[in-house]
Write a protein that binds this ligand. Structure first.
Ligand SMILES: Nc1ncnc2c1ncn2[C@@H]1O[C@H](COP(=O)(O)OP(=O)(O)OP(=O)(O)O)[C@@H](O)[C@H]1O
Ligand SMILES: [Mg+2]
Length: 275
């Protein structure tokens, strides 16, 4: 059966403030999509809402994976269902090593009925797999002994996210600005990692980015532009070129309603604008 992640008419509010106003997006197995949009347009809000973050309230619409409702599930249940999110700002977990975190996460995701306290994936098997994946990503083995994201450089955080992606083999992965802060070589290494993992596991990938550069390595077949809380343009790689050369002015002109909504969002984001 071909797997599908379906977002329909999704409305999301943060602290009572509407940010997403009816997002429709369908990701199928093995497809690579890009999501672009100006700062503050709600791209990370979409990823947090998909992750089930309690501050991001879904007020309308639905998110389903293979027809099963994801809304209302706990974050770990979403992961078990096959969803993976790499956040723009990954969380630091002092005291938990990357290896230990991964061993638990892999055990939970691969054996969804595993209860807390039951056996983890066998150490030998896990070690070998971790070593192989780290080699592929050009990561030093020592790195797995460090506390998760604690003192990681920007590039190390992003590489650690791709390592998680490689180990967890999700059906769908949302990568929020995985290219931000990466040097030119690192963008290539991380992108090649994403491509390899996606191909191997038929993962459907949604890459959130501002820049064309990562999309020259991770080649999206579908590009969506989020503006004013909705996806206003959909197309192929030509949309990326249009944004790169012309910015968002043409999007505003073509979608005046969305432009108004985007202005409202921006005004609301300013802390107590001078009145
Ligand atoms: N936890 C929060 N508390 C208050 N406001 C929030 C929160 N999360 C998001 N917002 C607001 O929602 C709007 C959308 O933010 P979001 O982070 O989703 O944008 P983005 O498209 O990811 O932007 P960027 O390209 O800068 O990453 C912004 O106005 C932001 O201030
Ligand atoms: Mg963001």
């Amino acid at each position: 059966m071909s797997r599908v992640l379906k977002i329909e008419n999704l409305h999301v509010s943060v602290e009572g403030k509407p940010i997403l106003r009816g997002v429709d997006l369908t990701l199928r197995e093995g497809e690579v999509h890009a999501l672009m949009g100006p700062n503050g347009s709600g791209k990370s809000t979409l990823s947090y809402a998909l992750a089930g973050h309690p501050r991001y309230e879904i007020t309308e619409g639905s998110v389903t994976l293979d027809g099963h409702d994801l809304v209302g599930l706990e974050a770990d249940e979403r992961a078990k269902a096959g969803l993976f999110l790499a956040f723009q700002y990954p969380t630091v977990i002092p005291g938990v090593t990357l290896a230990n975190f991964l061993r638990h996460a892999v055990s939970n995701v691969r054996r969804p009925d595993r209860k807390e306290g039951e056996d983890l994936i066998a150490m030998r098997e896990f070690r070998k797999e971790l070593r192989d994946q780290m080699d592929e990503l050009g990561m030093d083995q020592e790195f797995a002994r460090r506390y998760l994201n604690d003192g990681f450089s920007g590039g190390e955080k992003k590489r650690a996210e791709i390592l998680q992606l490689a180990m967890l083999r999700p059906a769908f992965a949302i990568l929020d600005e995985t290219d931000s802060g990466l040097d030119i070589d690192a963008v290539r290494i991380v992108s090649e990692g994403v491509n390899r993992v996606a191909e191997r596991n038929h993962t459907g990938v949604l890459v959130i980015t501002h820049y064309e550069r990562i999309l020259t390595y991770i080649k999206p077949s579908f590009v969506h532009i989020l503006y004013g809380g909705r996806i206003v343009e959909e197309g192929g790689p030509e949309l990326v070129k249009a944004l790169e050369s012309q910015g968002y002015d043409w999007v505003r002109e073509k979608h005046p309603d969305a432009a108004r909504a985007e202005d409202e969002l921006e005004a609301a984001a300013k802390p107590h604008a001078m009145v």
